[in-house]
Design a protein around this ligand. Structure first.
Ligand code: NAG
Ligand code: NAG
Ligand code: NAG
Ligand code: NAG
Ligand code: NAG
Length: 751
């Protein structure tokens, strides 16, 4: 780790230094013309804010230039129709133009025969450079004046008189044959007046004309021959007249910098600075130190990579370019000699600098911290995943997966929920979400993200046998699709205790509706009959329609849920067991609920579908009598409802144990048949009980009977009818004897 961080550190320290190259090849300078505009006229390149052509190519109309392509080479002209050629134009704020020379010529006899007085006013962005130009006059009988346009601000000029050309010296403009004077600042108008003392009569032989002009002394050199015939045409052959080069200062705008900065058309771009003109009003832009390019572009100036050009940097060791400047540093193992002038690298006596050490340690620790927390996070995540996997296995996830794989139909039906999903749905298993508790665990009300309400069954304990039971229920329920069986939506195996997710049945259990104080007599006989028929139908479906057949094993009124329309939904298949196709009996551990338990199954441990028929019979009794299957509050003989019912029928006292509401609402015919059916379901010998399918059919047909309210019947008539009914069946004494045994047994185990 430490080694890695040192390497990392080394990389950080050396990377920027090694990346700079010492190549000396200079790149092509960036174009100074606006993109998409003509860059050159002849040899001259045109820098923005000046431009040729489209108005987007120059900044202001005064910056427009014209290229006369008809002459050879093409000539750049100052403005539309000005006929003033430009010799040079630079971003530093100056341009060289040529202007015609003013002249005044005479004949030998002193008669003036040709003169030209120069009068020109520049655009407001241009001024005659006061530093670069001199007012110059040539002649030996010459008075030259220049003035402001109206001639009331200033007059300036020089006089040159000479008797013979002998004293005139080439290249010197000192008053003999040629005189010069400085010009004021801010001059934009040139008014030249030439006059003579003697009409050149005294000097005509060697000087017939006077000449005057503004010129850049650097570019105009006086020669003696100019006195006789001044023909300086500057190589611009299309001009018949003489012209001289002079320098103009240009500005990009006439405001001061401060004024311009407040305007939207402020001309200076990025990395540039503004400067007032020193020659009249206006401002110009310059690239900042270390930058190059055209400051008038909106993107402005670009950084100069000084390291590419050895003339631009004074580094002896390594050079690093930074915006606007560069940094010199010494290669690994050397140090700056510490001298003020220059930058020289000498081998370092100590390889270990404190700064580097501190930096390295800091970065190293940071690196360790980052990697450490990253690893911690990964491990934690992995741990959670492992725990979830463990639970998944422990909860029979593998078993379930196997089972589900075996029954492809189930896969589409049920879903595997994540632990988080259900935790959120049940509001972290809040106490106010508890729908019910039992030996199996707790049922919570849950609300899924799509607002679907579900019941989440959270198992209590997990030992191997219960897991099997749990998986059993998942597998069985996932195969079943019956309107009277509670639908399993999915399960979650990632948690410590397995979770099952069911459709939410709103209206409680049948048990509550029959026996709870609040629900006394809440169900009409018609509904009772229908609930019985629906339950029977569901059980019949489990027994016969499903493949392999399913024995519920725990049919009771608390396992029959009612929805808002009081439709029956058979639930809790925890104890169910699939019956292999080749077997009709299963030898299992006896399971069931006291009062509903099939005595034959209890005694023999042989489970058949007829055990469900017995339990269903007890449910039928509950519906008929409104009494609980077992109650220790009742006298000894009445404790077991099934036994008491059979006894009552035997003794023709059926009407005594039927619930009052039932007696009122049901027809005698129906009651006879239902009681009869219940009795047959409760036969001790399983084989003698009807199949669930038959029970369901019988109940179905009973529900279709037109209801005849049984109000006017006297109890005597009832007894008589019931007597007939019971006498027609011959119940056996043995049955009751066994029943007593069973009751005692079951009570013993129940305690
Ligand atoms: C202009 O370009 C021509 C060739 O196109 C060249 O001969 C001449 O020297 C150049 N003049 C200047 C001032 O660069
Ligand atoms: C234009 O001026 C620049 C410097 O200001 C100079 O280097 C260049 O040679 C000049 N070109 C001409 C054609 O005068
Ligand atoms: C010079 O010429 C002007 C105009 O023709 C004339 O009036 C003047 O007299 C002349 N001067 C001399 C000294 O010849
Ligand atoms: C001056 O010289 C040019 C040629 O160099 C010639 O064409 C012109 O006629 C001369 N002018 C005078 C007044 O002699
Ligand atoms: C430009 O000129 C104005 C007025 O003369 C002055 O106030 C300002 O400081 C100058 N700005 C710069 C950048 O020189």
């Amino acid at each position: 780790m430490v080694c890695a961080s040192l390497l990392f550190l080394h990389f950080i320290l050396l990377w920027p230094l090694t990346s700079s190259s010492s190549s000396t090849s200079s790149p092509t300078p960036p174009s100074l013309t606006k993109r998409g505009c003509r860059e050159k006229c002849g040899n001259l390149s045109i820098p923005y804010p000046f431009g040729i052509g489209d108005s987007s190519c120059y900044k202001q109309p005064a910056h427009e230039l014209v290229c006369d392509d008809s002459s050879n080479p093409p000539v750049l002209l100052l403005g539309q129709g000005s006929n003033i050629p430009i010799l040079n134009i630079s971003l530093s704020g100056q341009m060289t133009i040529t202007l015609w020379v003013a002249y005044d010529c005479y004949t030998r006899l002193g008669v003036p025969y040709d003169r030209f007085n120069q009068r020109i006013t520049l655009s407001k962005l241009l001024t005659f450079s006061d530093t670069r130009n001199k007012f110059t006059a040539i002649g030996c009988d010459t008075r030259a004046f220049m003035s402001d346009p109206k001639g009331d601000v200033f007059h300036s000029g020089c006089v040159s008189l000479c008797g013979n050309p002998v004293n005139v010296v080439d290249g010197s403009c000192s008053g003999i044959g040629c005189c010069q004077t400085a010009i004021p600042k801010g001059l934009r108008t040139l008014n030249i007046d030439l006059s003579s003392y003697y009409n050149h009569t005294k000097s005509w032989d060697f000087n017939p004309c006077s000449y005057a002009f503004l010129a850049d002394p650097e570019q105009f050199k006086f020669s003696v021959s100019d006195l006789l015939n001044f023909t300086n045409n500057n190589g611009l052959s299309f001009r018949s007249r003489s012209s001289v080069p002079l320098v103009l200062d240009w500005v990009v705008g006439v405001e001061t910098c401060e004024e311009a900065m407040r305007r939207t058309n402020y001309a200076c771009g990025e990395n540039s600075q503004c400067s007032n003109s020193t020659n009249g009003p206006g401002y110009r832009c310059y690239c900042k130190q270390g930058y190059q390019g055209n400051p008038y572009f909106s993107q402005g100036c670009e950084d100069i990579d000084e390291c590419l050009d050895p003339d631009l940097n004074s580094c002896e060791g390594l050079c690093t370019n930074i915006p606007g400047s560069y940094i010199c540093s010494c290669p690994h193992g050397t140090l700056d000699d510490g001298e003020k002038d220059g930058f020289r690298c000498i081998p370092s006596p100590v390889q270990f600098s404190f700064l580097r050490f501190a930096l390295g340690t800091g970065l190293g620790l940071l690196f360790i911290l980052i990697v450490g927390s990253w690893i911690y996070w990964i491990l934690r995540k992995r741990n959670i995943i492992r725990l979830k996997e463990k639970f998944f296995k422990q909860n029979g996830g593998l078993l379930l997966q196997q089972q589900l794989l075996m029954r492809e139909r189930a896969i589409e039906a049920s879903k595997i929920f994540s632990a988080e999903e259900l935790k959120k749905a049940s509001n972290n298993y809040a106490e106010d979400r508890v729908l019910g508790r039992g030996g199996y665990g707790t049922v919570y009300k849950g609300i899924l993200p799509d607002n679907k309400i579900v019941a989440i069954k959270k198992s209590k304990v997990i030992d191997e046998t219960q897991i099997e039971q749990f998986i059993n229920e998942v597998v069985i329920l996932s195969q079943i699709n019956h309107k009277n069986v509670v639908k399993l939506l999915g399960c979650c195996l990632e948690t410590e205790v397995p979770l099952l997710v069911y459709e939410f049945i709103t209206n409680g259990t049948l048990f509550e509706h029959i026996h709870d104080e609040g629900h006394v007599s809440s169900i009409s006989w018609g509904n009772r009959l229908r609930i019985a028929a629906e339950t029977a139908g569901a059980l019949a479906y489990l027994h016969s329609a499903a493949s392999p057949p399913i024995i519920h094993r725990d049919v009771k009124s608390t396992n029959i849920l009612l929805d808002k329309d009081q439709r029956a939904k058979v639930s809790d298949f925890g104890a169910s067991r699939l019956v292999p196709l080749d077997q009709t009996q299963l030898s299992t551990l006896v399971q069931g609920t006291l009062g509903y338990l099939d005595p034959e199954y209890f005694l023999t441990s042989q489970l058949t579908d007829k055990s469900d028929v017995y339990s269903f019979g007890v449910v039928l009794l509950e519906l008929l009598t409104g009494k609980q299957p077992i109650s220790f509050e009742r006298p000894q003989v009445e404790r077991n409802l099934a036994m008491y019912f059979v006894l009552s029928m035997k003794e023709n006292r059926l009407s005594e144990i039927l619930e009052h509401r039932v007696l009122q609402e049901a027809s005698m015919e129906q009651l006879q048949k239902v009681a009869d059916l219940a009795k047959s379901c409760l036969r001790l010998n399983g084989e003698e009980r009807p199949a669930m399918k038959e029970v369901a059919m019988e109940l179905d047909s009973l529900t279709k009977f037109t209801k005849r309210p049984w109000v006017a019947q006297s109890s005597k008539e009832t007894d008589k009818l019931l007597g007939e009914l019971l006498n027609s069946r011959n119940g056996s004494i043995v049955e009751y004897q066994s029943m007593t045994d069973y009751l005692e047994l079951s009570l013993d185990t129940g305690r």
